[in-house]
Write a protein that binds this ligand. Structure first.
Ligand code: KG4
Ligand code: ZN
Length: 336
């Protein structure tokens, strides 16, 4: 046809999603079936349950994506699918489906790195965005600071040495008895709390390092909660949330800005589930202004897991000739 149509599938964690995109950046449909309610009662994602739910939902989600985009499989030019990182059983559901379809329809199969997908969510929203730029990737499983030099070309400046940012939010929320996923709940509470109420540590690591470490902060919050409880002092949830969030953001924002300044980049892009955090969006934007750095992030619905972002990444892989074969396997620990 006149343009490329991508069918994309995402099933790396607890969202079953399929999308259809035109020329990589225009979303014709993006259907997301979330399992959050299913996992809530366990306080986190249960891998076995996730796989089973993906199997139940995947065909329906794909049909819906095609229908909403008003296209048939004959119109599709290639199939993009997440092959890692993620839960192996969950990944295999989307991957097997994509492989079966690509084989039956004799269509190119394009494997996508989920983290790369999160970055690409920004290409969908910001039509003029082009590399190079600095990217802060903050999700439930990943924390990276990457210099995006070109489409699909990354220079990794730093990564977390222990907990991912989203993971720290979820664990702190859990310790406070706030439910799952904790990120959005802490974000909301933090808005009315005093971020200077409790002194939590900021861990910057060695001078000049762009790596992150969050386990010390997490322990400090847990210790604080325990000691208050032991002393019988009432815990002000809003203040704990605000103080914890601020401690995380101070470090994230400083390193992202330092990285952009060092690499002489005028744009910082935020990606991943924690890009939904209102405090992070606001603080990085304000700090960016002081350095003449533009700060961009995806709309909320493209921050958390979805197939549209995978489709965008698949399009750029496809254009670069990065096409997979039928031996493509799930890689739970896939790196960027
Ligand atoms: O990217 P994502 O959907 O899944 C992964 O690929 O990991 O990210 C999910 C993470 C969860 O840890 C969740 O708590 C966090 O993103 N999150 C937030 C917010 N919304 C989602 N964290 C902080 N503030 C938010 N508003
Ligand atoms: Zn994700």
């Amino acid at each position: 046809g006149q343009y490329y149509l991508t069918l994309a599938i995402e099933s790396s964690c607890d969202e079953t999603s399929a999308a259809v995109l035109k020329d990589g950046r225009e979303v014709l449909s993006n259907i997301i079936s979330t399992q959050v309610e299913e996992h809530k009662k366990f306080g986190g994602v249960v891998p076995e349950v996730a796989s089973r739910k993906h199997v139940e939902n995947i065909n329906m989600v794909i049909d819906e994506a095609l229908e909403k985009a008003n296209v048939t499989l004959d119109n599709i030019d290639h199939i993009g699918v997440t092959y890692g990182p993620g839960l192996v059983g969950a990944l295999l559901v989307g991957l097997s489906t994509a492989k079966a379809m690509a084989y039956a329809l004799d269509m190119p199969l394009v494997g996508v790195n989920h983290i790369e997908g999160h970055i690409c969510a920004n290409y969908i929203e910001h039509k003029d965005l082009k590399p190079p730029f600095m990217c802060l990737i903050v999700s439930g499983g990943h924390t990276h600071l990457a210099h995006v030099k070109d489409y699909g070309v990354y220079e990794m400046l730093g990564r977390t040495r222990d907990d991912a940012v989203g993971e720290a939010f979820d664990k702190v929320a859990r310790a406070m008895g706030l439910g799952y996923p904790g990120g959005p709940i802490i974000d909301k509470l933090a808005k009315t709390g005093n971020c200077e109420a409790i002194k939590f540590p900021r861990v910057y690591l060695e001078n000049g390092s762009y790596d992150f470490s969050l386990s010390g902060l997490k322990s400090a919050v847990l210790n604080y909660l325990n000691s208050q409880r032991q002393k019988g002092i009432e815990i002000v949830e809003e203040d704990v949330a605000a103080s914890f969030q601020r401690a995380v953001l101070d470090v994230l924002v400083k390193k992202a800005i330092d990285g952009a300044v060092e690499k002489k980049l005028d744009t910082i892009v935020i990606a991943g589930g924690v890009a939904a955090n209102s405090g992070l969006r606001h603080m990085l934007k304000e700090e960016g202004k002081k350095h003449n750095i533009k700060v961009l992030y995806p709309p909320l619905e493209l921050c958390t897991d979805n197939a549209a972002m995978i489709g965008c990444a698949a399009y750029y892989n496809y254009k670069a000739g990065k096409i997979s074969n039928m031996y493509l396997n799930a890689v739970p620990g896939l790196k960027l």
